[in-house]
Write a protein that binds this ligand. Structure first.
Ligand code: PGA
Length: 287
């Protein structure tokens, strides 16, 4: 399943749980069984309806080894939840030890991929160029891509946030008139602002910092791609989102959801993020 969003639908709210290197197949099953059980009593009616209408979307990103198990349990969950991969290679097959291709993911029913996460950049040599190659190839293969960008601490402290985001966007979306850019208005390409200094550190961007960065990204899209792409593209915030801090972040008008790491590993947290999304939807008046 992918988020298929016709133009008439608003950007809505996306709650995505990035499990990183946590939860093998057995723990994945335990989580999903508990999610279904708890959601029966704790998922609000407005949230359930928003999920069914597609205005609120739930996504989980298990490690590759657990994806097939997650997909096999998908039908037992009484509300729509999508499973996405945390990475994939741009080539369709070949001598790339340790990598996985889009067609392998499609074979097990996965149609969405996270690309360019800062941990891939920091520990595994991902660059804007390789993130772009992955994104281009996966979009062409029919995937939905959540593409990450964001500045590091030194860049923020030296006032370079806008410069860094612009450079990343120019390198990730080099030709605004074709290629990757054309997937923005169909919501096949979603962006995630993930300030590196906030990821896994307990330091969350303030709502003002998040809103400001999202606005900068939206301004870039309106200047370099199109007004339509700027208005239609969901932009998620990621970086130490907790149930306590999520309300003010998700209330920002240009924040269309959250990419949540550590805090998404608890079933009750994931449900409370979804309920918050269901509640805040009515305040999202854009489009
Ligand atoms: P965190 O991770 O919520 O644990 O900071 C966020 C992310 O990596 O997307």
């Amino acid at each position: 399943m992918i988020f298929s969003l016709p133009h008439s639908l608003p950007r809505g709210i996306i709650i995505a749980g990035n499990w990183k290197m946590n939860f093998g197949p057995k723990e994945t099953e335990t989580f999903l069984v508990a999610l279904e059980k708890r959601s029966q009593t704790t998922l609000s009616t407005e949230t359930r309806e928003a999920l069914k209408r597609g205005h609120l979307r739930a996504c989980l990103l298990p490690p590759l080894i657990s994806l097939e198990k997650a997909i096999s349990l998908q039908k037992q969950i009484s509300f729509p939840v999508q499973f996405a991969a945390q990475n994939a290679h741009w080539e369709r097959e070949g001598a790339f030890t340790g990598e996985i291709s889009g067609s392998m993911l499609q074979e097990i029913g996965v149609h969405s991929v996270l690309i360019g996460h800062s941990e891939r950049r920091q520990f595994f040599g991902e660059t804007n160029t390789t993130a772009r190659l992955r994104t281009e190839s996966l979009l062409q293969q029919g995937f939905q891509v959540i593409l990450c960008l964001g500045e590091n601490q030194v860049e923020r402290e030296t006032g370079k946030t806008e410069e860094v985001l612009t450079r990343q966007l120019l390198e990730l979306i080099p030709d605004p008139r074709k290629g990757i850019a054309s997937f923005l208005i169909t919501r096949k390409l979603i962006l995630a602002y993930e300030p590196i200094w906030a990821i896994g550190t307990g330091l969350t961007a303030s709502p003002e910092q998040a809103e400001d960065a999202h606005l900068k990204i939206r301004n870039f899209l309106s200047q370099h791609v199109s007004q339509e792409a700027s208005q239609l593209t969901p932009i998620l915030y990621g970086g130490s989102v907790t149930p306590e801090k999520s309300r003010t972040l998700l209330s920002c008008s240009n924040v269309d959801g959250a990419l949540i790491g550590g805090a998404s590993l608890k079933v009750e947290n994931f449900i409370s993020f979804l309920n918050l999304g269901g509640e805040l939807l009515k305040t999202k008046t854009h489009l």
